[in-house]
Design a protein around this ligand. Sequence first.
Ligand SMILES: Nc1ncnc2c1ncn2[C@@H]1O[C@H](COP(=O)(O)OP(=O)(O)OP(=O)(O)O)[C@@H](O)[C@H]1O
Length: 327
Amino acid sequence: MPDEKKLKVSAKYITKTFDLGKTKSEKIRAILNPLSKGPQKFWALKGINFDVYEGDVVGIVGVNGSGKSTLLNILSGLLLPASGELTINGETSMLTIGAGLRGNLTGRENIRLKSLMMGRTNKEIDEQMDEIVEFSDLGDFIDQPVKDYSSGMKSKLGFSIAVHQDPDILIIDEALSVGDQTFSQKALAKMNEFKAQGKTIFFVSHSMRQVRDFTDKTIWIQYGEMRAMGPTEEIVKDYEKWNSWFKGLGNKEKSDYQKQQKAKQVSFNEQELAKRISNDERLSAEDKQRLSTHLAVGDYLPVTSWVVLAAATVGFLFTIYQYVMWG
Ligand SMILES: Nc1ncnc2c1ncn2[C@@H]1O[C@H](COP(=O)(O)OP(=O)(O)OP(=O)(O)O)[C@@H](O)[C@H]1O
C-alpha cells in the first residue's frame, strides 16, 4: 500500500516559465521600465502534481520539448520552479549527460568537486577516487579537461560520480542512451542494484522498452502538462497509442498541432493556474490558499513598488539638500 510507504517526493502545482526571445539588454530594460509587464513567458511546466514513495521507480515519458528535463532539473535542484511546492525527503543525485560538470576542470577534479558538493569529506573522496575512476572506463582521459570529452565520455563520468554518492533518490536522464554497449550494460546493472536496494528512482527515456523493463510507475508529460500518472504498462500503452495517432497525421497537421500546443504554453497565465488550483477537489482550503499566493513570480517590480521607491528617493534627496543648505 503506497500510504504505508514513506513519502519521498511530493510536487504540488510545480511551474516553470522561460522568457521568450528577447536579448539580454531588452530584458534589463523591461525590468527597469515600471510600465512593462516583462517579456512574454513560455510555460515549460504548467502545474505538475505527483507523490512518489520510497522504493518507487518512476518513468517519465513525453515527446521532445514536453518538459521532462526541466522537471528533472527542478527535482535535482539545478533549476528553481517559478511557483508551486516541492518536498523532497532525502539526498538526490542526478545522472545526466554532463549536468553540473565543469569543462575547464579534469575528470578527476570534477569527481572531487561534485563529491564535495554532495557533502563528502576529502578523506572519503580520496578513498573512493580509484573506484570511481575505474568505473568510468575513462583511463588516462580522467586527467584531461572535460571540455575535450565526447558526450559519451561525459555521460560515463557523470554516471560514475553520481552512483558513487549513495543517494537516496536517483534521477536518471537518458543515461543509458549514450556511451558504448559495455558501459550501458554496466550502468543498467548498477541501476538494478539501486532498485533492489529500494531506492527511489526517476528515469527519463525515449525508449519504451527501457521504461517497461525498468520502472513500475510512469508519469506522462505533454507540452508542460501532466497528462497522466499510473502503472507503467497502462501509461506506456496510452502514450504509444497517442504516438501512433500523431504519426498518422500529415506533415501539415503535425506541425499545426505542435504550433497550437506551444501557443497554449505562451497564452497560459497565473489566473488560469489559480483557477485550476481553486477547482482542485483533492486540495484542502488551506492548501489552495497557500498554493495560490506567490503565483506571479517574476523579475518585474509592480507599479506600486516603483511609486514607493520614487517617493523614498525624493525624501532621501530632500534630506541631503536640507543638510547641505542648513547644516
Ligand atoms: N533555458 C531555456 N530557455 C528557454 N526555453 C527553454 C529553456 N529550457 C527549456 N526550454 C523549453 O522548455 C520546453 C521543455 O524543454 P525540456 O528540455 O524540458 O523538454 P524535454 O521533454 O526534456 O525534451 P527532450 O525529450 O527533447 O529532451 C521546450 O520547449 C524548451 O524549448
